[in-house]
Design a protein around this ligand. Structure first.
Ligand code: NAD
Length: 353
């Protein structure tokens, strides 16, 4: 299958690109190369004959039309987005423009291409979204695909809007769509302003490790390579018009997650132990959702997919990857704004998660 991956120079997109090529698919990676992009993340496949890169913006209809015509993909796997909650608090406009107008423009270009091709039933437009569209949970319960949307940050609201557009294009125009809503990802090639790389890199540098509030917020952590595998399963075998929740079955409070990372670092870098002495509690993110948890029943029963790693295994792999790949992350720390205290609007502190 030839897959047009949008956002393939980002964290999850690059994992999808690497996995798709390894699985024997052809990939066209379409990316605008924003601050969050890193083409080094796909360096391992860049010279593969089944890989092509297109530097383009999903808001640029003319560029999209050219790319669809030139490559004639069998499917679109749409990951391009502004993705950082804290940045959406500081500057929501870019999130509405990219995530809503960009998805609309991509849908229209995909629809025109699909209609010109005679509306092939095998075509797929797979939209990658987040569990944050469902809002926040209390101590009990899990998000199912039937949970009502209740987004609470500008990022989540822009993703919810794009989900609605994709469903509407499926219902109204018959475009063959599928959607996925996943929990927080982690793993290799994660941009160094998000929680887990921040913890690892601060701990290695002997700097304070910032944790929002009391660290009580709970996330359901999904190893990025498991996510990439799940996305390719849904793309090929998911039922038309369906959405699938994807979770790691790995709930953890932020403070427990950070302590697990510190314990792994104590083992790998004993000279800096105990790394948890660096933990520093900072004022909470405004509108910080208390708990996300995914009910993965649908993807498990319909497609037989389950995560392959536990949180302990995935975190150990992630720490080892950062220790071995300083050449990848060191230059990213120098990008403008990275490491700044983001998400301060309406509050006094920030940190990506
Ligand atoms: N990271 C997570 O934990 C997580 C969780 C749930 C859902 N998601 C969703 O998964 C997708 C990928 O997330 P990620 O963490 O890999 O994001 P990321 O920020 O690492 O990467 C996004 C990529 O999209 C590209 N991009 C941004 N705007 C663009 C535009 N206008 N045109 C073309 N390319 C553009 C960027 O250059 C970047 O390479 C997003 O849609 C996000 O909402 C992410």
């Amino acid at each position: 299958m030839k897959i047009l991956v949008t956002g393939g120079a980002g964290f999850i997109g690059s994992a999808v690109v690497r996995r798709a090529i390894a699985d024997g698919h052809a990939v066209v990676n379409l990316d605008a190369l924003t601050y969050a992009a890193c083409l080094d993340s796909v360096a391992s496949v860049a010279d593969h004959p089944a890989y092509a890169f297109e530097h383009a913006d999903i808001r640029d209809r003319a560029a999209l039309d050219r790319i669809f015509a030139a490559h004639a993909p069998d499917a679109v796997l749409h990951l391009a987005a502004e993705s950082h909650v804290d940045r959406s608090i500081d500057g929501p406009g870019e999130f509405i423009d990219t995530n809503v107008r960009g998805t609309f423009t991509l849908l229209e270009a995909a629809r025109a291409y699909w209609e010109r091709a005679g509306r092939p039933g095998a075509f797929r437009f797979h939209h990658v979204s987040t569990d944050e569209v469902y809002g926040s949970l209390g101590a009990e319960g899990q998000f199912t695909e039937a949970t009502p949307y209740d987004p609470r940050s500008p990022y989540a609201a822009s993703k919810a809007a794009s989900d609605h557009l994709v469903r509407a294009w499926g219902e109204t125009y018959g475009l063959p769509v599928v959607l996925t809503n996943c929990s927080n990802n982690y793993g290799p090639f994660h941009f160094p302003e998000k929680l887990i790389p921040v913890v690892i890199l601060r701990a290695l540098a002997g700097q304070p490790i910032p944790i929002y509030g009391a660290g009580e917020n709970v996330r359901d952590w999904l190893y990025v390579e498991d996510h990439a595998e799940a996305l390719l399963e849904v793309l090929q075998r998911g039922r038309l018009g369906r959405s699938y929740n994807i979770g790691g079955e790995n709930e953890a409070r932020n403070i427990d997650l950070v302590r697990m990372l510190c314990a792994i670092l104590d083992d790998r870098r004993p000279e800096g132990a105990p790394h948890d002495r660096l933990i520093s509690f900072v004022a909470d993110r405004p509108g910080h959702d208390a708990r996300y948890a995914i009910d993965p029943t649908r993807i498990r029963t319909e497609l037989g997919w389950r995560p392959s790693v536990t949180l302990e295994q995935g975190l150990a792999r992630t720490v080892d990857w950062y220790l071995a790949n300083e050449d990848w992350w060191r230059p990213l720390l120098a990008r403008p704004g990275v490491g700044a205290r983001l998400g301060l609007a309406g509050a006094t502190a920030g940190q990506g998660a």
